[in-house]
Write a protein that binds this ligand. Sequence first.
Ligand code: 2IT
Length: 494
Amino acid sequence: MLESEQGKRKYFVENGNCSNKNTTFATLSISSKLSNTTNKPLIKVKQMKVNEIMTALEAKHPGENEYLQAVREVLETIEEEYNKHPEFEAAKIVERIVEPDRIFKFRVVWVDDKGQTQVNLGYRVQYNAALGAYKGGLRFHPKVNESMLKFLGFEQIFKNSLTNLPLGGGKGGADFDPTGKSDAEIMRFCQAFVYELWRNIGPDQDSPAGDVGVGGREIGYMYGMYKKLAREHSTGALTGKSYGWGGSLMRPEATGFGAVYYVKHMVEEKGDTLEGKRVALSGFGNVAWGAAQKACEFGAKVVAISGPDGVCELPEGINAEMINYMLDMRASNRNKVQDMADKFPGKAIFTPGKKAWSVKCDIAMPCAFQNELAEEDAKMLIANGVKYVAEVSNMGCQPGAIAAFQAAKIPFGPGKAVNAGGVATSGLEICQNAGHINWTAKEVDEKLKKIMSDIYDQCVKYGKQADGTINYVKGANIAGFMRVAHAMMAQGII
Ligand code: 2IT
């Protein structure tokens, strides 16, 4: 018999052992000894079974591959723990958590520099608000669709939960391609996007930020339009604003810095140090930029960055000038890593069509896009002696790659824990906006370090295995999920 308590009532499962996966039905009743609800009809509670849930979801949302991948990973790792709580299943927590509260989908119309009318699709997925107002980035990329934003929003729920800040989960974006667009085109698109969305966002409702294709410039244009329409000033309706008009110091660096703080814990767990470690990063955007800075500060050597066009190997390691140049590369909207090799001949060696994972390294940190590291990349990294892998992009590694790292006993940090410093610092930006104050960079950085250290500890607590190794994926998923599930239970069936 398995018992669990919810409020004043005591539930128990009869005729079923929750840890027995063959049990189809367990009977849940309310104990007559502990409540005055005697003679209430017995409620049949099914054990949560990942395969059954996934079969139903695949039928309901065919072809939404990223979304289905993200849901499966979370459910597989929490199944055992979840089934120790029959009250969760009675309240259909899993069935509720996998579907967003709502999705806004809208047309965004704008005029390009040639005077041509352009039409894009915009979205905002408001996923789960059990812990607070919806929070999560906006992605502008030609491949954006509902599946991509649902996967990102779903991940965001548990990531935000790990930060221990009062943040619900959401995500949004558009199938707009910033590559090759002028500054004026970017501005007009951002304005048109917010013109559609502004009524559904706000600091106590839903607070978007940046993601792939959306940085400080885009947030500035969107915030300007939001203020004009909402007649609100200095609010946390959007985060990632620039310092001086509501932004937080350290927000641009936070995702990359936070990721390296997390990796430092992973390395120290093994009695090792970051000093002298060769680090391969993918991408050259905001996240890779922050990670490169902090890795260098801790004495590591960044030996590769990459782009959609190929990889730049950096035999002497990246230097401060190159790190600065990453900002120019991003601002140019050319989306070409070859520009680094052209600017620093001999110090950056470009190979077209290759990924960062072809470069020998001790630490691999995907910082670009989902599923960017495949099983064969993982095998190459392992053969080349990689010692640690930390996803900084959301769901950067394919399931086969994660399985390969785990089988080789290489510590693997999942994106929702490793990259949580970004959204955490967005949470700190909202705090500063609400209090009409600005914290110093040191104050923000200290809070970020503490948050990352607490996230790391939660992953260890729930991910420690019988053989002493740490399954960081399982730890992050259980820790993140449980906090949301308990909040949903407390707030009733809504
Ligand atoms: O994936 C992410 O956590 C982000 N893009 C940042 C979200 C935020 O609200 O700062």
